[in-house]
Design a binder for this molecule. Sequence first.
Ligand code: UDP
Length: 310
Amino acid sequence: MRVLVTGAAGFLGSHLCDRLLAQGHRVVGMDNVLTGNPANLAHLKDHPQFQYVLHDVTNFIEVQGPLDGVLHFASPASPVDYLEFPIQTLKVGSLGTHKALGLAKAKGARFLLASTSEVYGDPLVHPQPESYWGNVNPVGPRGVYDEAKRFAEAMTMAYHRYHKLDTRIVRIFNTYGPRMRPRDGRVVSNFIVQALKGEPLTVYGDGSQTRSFCYVDDLIEGIVRLFERGGPEPTNIGNPNEFTVRQLAEVVLRLTGSRSPVVERPLPTDDPKVRQPDITRAREVLGWEPQVPLEAGLRRTIEYFHGIVR
Ligand code: UDP
C-alpha cells in the first residue's frame, strides 16, 4: 500500500509512520510542524519508502500518484497546545479533515480519523463506551479541540454515508511514550521531566481526577488493526487501567528515584474528572487489548527522557 499520514512529525504520527514502513508500505508523511517535531522523522530521511512533505492540511492537499490510505493525525493534541493555538486547532479538525477526506475520495483511499476521548468531554457515564454522546462545553477553552474533533467525526460519517467512502474513526485515550515533547504540557511528560530535573511535580487541582494511560506501542497496534479490519463506527483505543493523577505522580517519583516535591496548581477549566475507555468493541472486533502495564511503559519513557533532558 501507499498511504498518507498527516501530522507525521507528531508523537503518534511518527510512530505510525515507523510501523507502516515496517510492514512494507510506502508512506507519505505530511506536517506543518506547528506542534510536530521534525526530529521525530530524522531517522527516516534516507528511507527509500518514505517521503516527507511540509504542508498545512487546512489548505488543499496535493499528492501525486496513487494512495490506498489516508490516516489523518494532524492536530495540536495537548491542552496547552490547543489553548495556545485555538483557531489552528479548530481549522485542522474542520477544514483539515475536509481536505483529507476529499483527497481520500479522489484517490479511492481508505480514510482513518484520529479522534479523541475528548469527544466525551467531562463524562457523566463511566467508563465511556462508544455509544455515549458526551458532555462537552462548546464555548469553554477546551471546546476548540473537543468540538473540532466532534465535527471531524460528523464529517467523516457524512463522507462514509454520502460518498460511500471506506472510513474508520479511532477515539484515542491518553497515550504516552518516547517522542512526546519535554514541554508538551501533558501530565506524563511533565511529571517525568520535572522528576528528572529535580523540580516540583505540578499536580493540577487535588490530583483526584483520573486518567487511563496507554503505552504508544499498544495504541499503534490497535490503530493498525482498526485500519486493516475494523468498521466505520467509532472505536475506543486506550488502556482501561485507571489511575488518579496523584497516583501517577507517586509512580513517577518511585521509578525515577527523584526527591522532587509534589505541589498543587489550579485545575484547568473543564478538566474532565474521570476518564476510562470501555474497550469491549476493540476486544471483540479487533481482538485487541493493551499489553504494556503502566510501570513498564513509564520505564521506557523515562529512559527516553533521560537521553534528551538535562
Ligand atoms: N495534569 C497535572 N499536572 C500537569 C499536567 C496535567 O496534574 O503538569 C493533569 C490535568 O489537569 C489532567 C490530567 O493531568 O487532569 C491529564 O492531563 P493531560 O494534559 O495529560 O491530558 P488530558 O487528559 O487533560 O487531555
